[in-house]
Ligand binder design. Structure first.
Ligand SMILES: [Zn+2]
Length: 146
């Protein structure tokens, strides 16, 4: 089973981001290094939720912003390891939209439920498979370290 290795500081930061943007979704990019059994997260980059039609249950990171983040990551010797977003007043489970819009196979997708403005459960899903046709989300363990 895949495991997401993340420091308590970064873990708390992405959860706090969800509380801050409540009742809208927050979103961001996770940078890190690959390990034998999952990503080790070294940084979380906030992104603006560009979804204006339905910001409470959708998120969208502008491609130009993503390219900029990717360039910064490479300069620091890091890779894009995944993405995070929040689910205001909804469980920390991926939606059909989340799945349809997930294209980074091999990356981790982290979702935090924010209920009444307070961060609740955080889950991580690895986008497994090889193509758009056989991709799937596998639940992974989140290992929070000091
Ligand atoms: Zn979602």
């Amino acid at each position: 089973m895949s495991e997401l290795h993340i420091s308590k500081t970064i873990f708390d930061t992405i959860r706090a981001h969800g509380e801050e943007t409540y009742p809208h979704e927050c979103c961001g990019v996770l940078l890190g290094h690959p390990t034998a059994n999952g990503w080790r997260i070294e940084a979380a980059m906030r992104a603006d939720n560009r979804r204006t039609d339905s910001a409470h249950n959708r998120y969208l990171i502008a491609p130009v912003e993503l390219v900029k983040i990717q360039r910064q990551a490479h300069q620091q010797g890091l890779d894009i390891a995944g993405f995070y977003h929040s689910h205001p007043d909804h469980p920390a489970q991926w939606s059909t939209t989340d799945f349809a819009e997930a294209h980074w196979i091999g990356c981790s997708y982290v979702i935090t439920e924010v209920a009444g403005g307070k961060a609740q459960v955080t889950n991580s899903f690895l986008l497994a498979g090889t193509t758009e046709e056989d991709k799937r989300f596998d639940t992974e363990t989140i290992s929070v370290t000091d």
